[in-house]
Design a protein around this ligand. Structure first.
Ligand code: NAD
Length: 493
């Protein structure tokens, strides 16, 4: 496709489009390596105006004072506008992420629209709850009747900073609950995928969201850092790498700004001896190939019981060897490109170093000959790997899995938990009770048994243990993160 046809001014600030005064970034199409367009990022004046607009909307504007029902109706209007643009959203997301069209239609566009609908409904949640009244004796012999009202209030201004891999989903997973709770939001997407955030701004304008309630500014680390250090920001909600997450936590510390972090992972897939090997292999392959491995919760360490290890490797090899890598618009494509040439280099470097250390390439381990242009690497599985090696400890964020054998559940749990990360885990077993017991022992925020339902449910909490994050997205717990509690004590004489 050609350049994405969106407003040329890439900053949506306090209800108006404006040209960015920062550095110009050429956005590339990962499938071909060709430019999609030039985006002028936010300069200091744009960041300042976005925060001033968000502050006004939060302090004196109509959003924070709107009733839950009014906010719900506005979010339903936003959902309606975006739903009408579904096919355009698919084009935009395929163009800027390179994610295959089928996966894009389902997980990158359909799923976030369902998330937004969920938050439109959740916005109706009452803000006020009460505690039972209490009769307290006074020293003069009379009695006082008193009680407590507890009010969930928005934080005020939320700075939302997002990564490139599932941009529409990640953007909506932030603006949905933040707006539903009554905050105003300044969203800064990844400079690699700005368009699926700008389209949200265009939809907010069409849906008539009040000025300043949602601003979208583009740019890289400097723009993000300007948001995380500004005293006008009450909450920083970040999804991205653990290194940047740690930097944001440090940057927010001097003002004790609340920080919500959804970070990287190195999740384990545990294949027990009683597992259906065909099912396990399909789950294993899906965790390597889905969006070329650019998913935070994908399982990249495959811990396989010694009894089924050879059968597992044989089946995974066959499935990966047959995977078509190439054009994301082609329905036959099983896996598309990585985001940039540097990502391919990073993935190749990890594989080459692991092989030099003694790992065996079971499938992949090279750039595909058939895909010309674009940023491609074949889906790869390595065996003869030790869990202590960098390839098993570091997040690669590409289509690479390693297979490690184990002898019993205790050993599987020990290996799975021997990781700085704790985002997700997967268990494949014919024994549901045994798999559940094993799931309870994993130090991770989620565990899928036999593949789970296969999508991120907006009604269910999601987030990480250890270096994978702080706080939770989704569910009522995720909505709570965007609120603070006020207790009002009163007595009736
Ligand atoms: P990244 O950390 O490089 O960038 C994420 C965002 O942070 C971008 O918008 C970037 O411009 C901004 N940024 C960079 N430096 C900054 C700074 N110093 N201050 C403020 N903002 C800054 O991540 P990425 O490469 O875009 O995405 C991949 C990473 O995201 C992986 O680690 C992946 O696991 C993680 N991720 C996590 C989840 C989750 O829910 N846990 C979901 C998706 C992706």
């Amino acid at each position: 496709m050609g350049p994405v046809n969106l407003p040329p001014a890439a900053q949506f600030v306090a209800g108006d489009w404006r040209a960015g005064t920062g550095a110009v970034e050429t956005v590339l199409e990962p499938a071909t390596g060709r430019p999609l367009g030039d985006v002028a990022g936010a300069g200091a004046a744009d960041v300042d105006a976005a925060l001033a607009g968000a502050r006004t909307a939060a302090d004196t504007g109509p959003w924070a004072r709107a009733t839950p029902r009014e906010r719900s109706e506005a979010l339903y209007r936003l959902h309606g506008v975006l739903t009408g643009w579904t096919e355009r959203l698919v084009e935009i997301v395929v163009a800027e992420t390179g994610c295959p069209v089928g996966l894009t239609r389902g997980q990158q566009v359909g799923l976030p629209l369902r998330h937004l609908e969920h938050w439109a409904e959740a916005a109706r949640r009452p803000q006020l709850s009460g505690r039972p009244p209490v009769l307290t004796p006074r020293s003069d012999g009379t009695t006082m009747l008193g009680s407590w009202a507890v009010r969930r209030e928005p934080y005020g201004v939320v700075a939302a900073i997002t990564p490139y891999n599932f941009p529409l989903l990640e953007n909506i997973m932030k603006i949905g609950p933040a707006l539903a709770a009554g905050n105003s939001v300044v969203l800064k997407p990844s400079p690699l995928t700005p368009y699926s955030a700008l389209v949200l701004a265009a939809a907010a304008q069409d849906a008539g969201l009040p000025a300043g309630v949602l601003s979208v500014i583009t740019g890289g680390a400097d723009t993000g850092a300007a948001l995380t250090t500004d005293p006008r920001v009450d909450l920083v909600s970040f999804t991205g790498s653990d290194a940047v997450g740690a930097a944001i936590l440090a940057a927010a510390a001097p003002r004790t700004t609340k920080v919500l972090l959804e970070l990287g992972g190195k999740s384990a897939l545990i294949v027990r001896a009683d597992a259906d090997v065909e099912l396990a292999a399909r789950i294993g392959v899906q965790n390597i190939t889905t969006h070329a491995g650019q998913g935070c919760a994908l399982a990249t360490r495959h811990l396989v019981h010694h009894r089924v290890r050879t059968a597992y490797l044989d089946r995974v090899r066959a499935l990966l060897d047959a995977t078509v890598v190439g054009d994301p618009w082609d329905a036959a494509t099983g896996m598309g490109p990585l985001i940039r040439a540097a990502a391919v280099e990073r993935v190749a470097g990890h594989v080459d170093r692991a092989v030099a250390a003694g790992a065996t390439v079971v499938s992949g381990g090279e750039r595909p000959v058939e895909a010309v242009g674009g940023f491609y690497y074949r889906p790869t599985i390595l065996s003869d790997v030790d869990n202590s090696w960098p390839v098993a400890q570091q997040e690669i964020f590409g289509p690479v899995g390693v297979v490690i054998g184990f002898g019993d559940d205790d050993e599987a749990v020990a290996i799975a938990n021997d990781s700085p990360y704790g985002l997700a885990g997967h268990v494949v077993s014919a024994d549901a009770g045994g798999a559940f017991a094993l799931a309870c022992r994993l130090r991770t925020g989620t565990v899928d048994i036999n593949g789970g339902p296969g999508y991120t449910n907006p009604g269910v909490p999601f987030g990480g243990y250890k270096r994978s994050g702080l706080g939770r997205e989704n569910g009522s717990e995720g909505l709570d993160e965007y609120t603070q509690l006020k207790t009002i004590k009163y007595h009736g004489g």
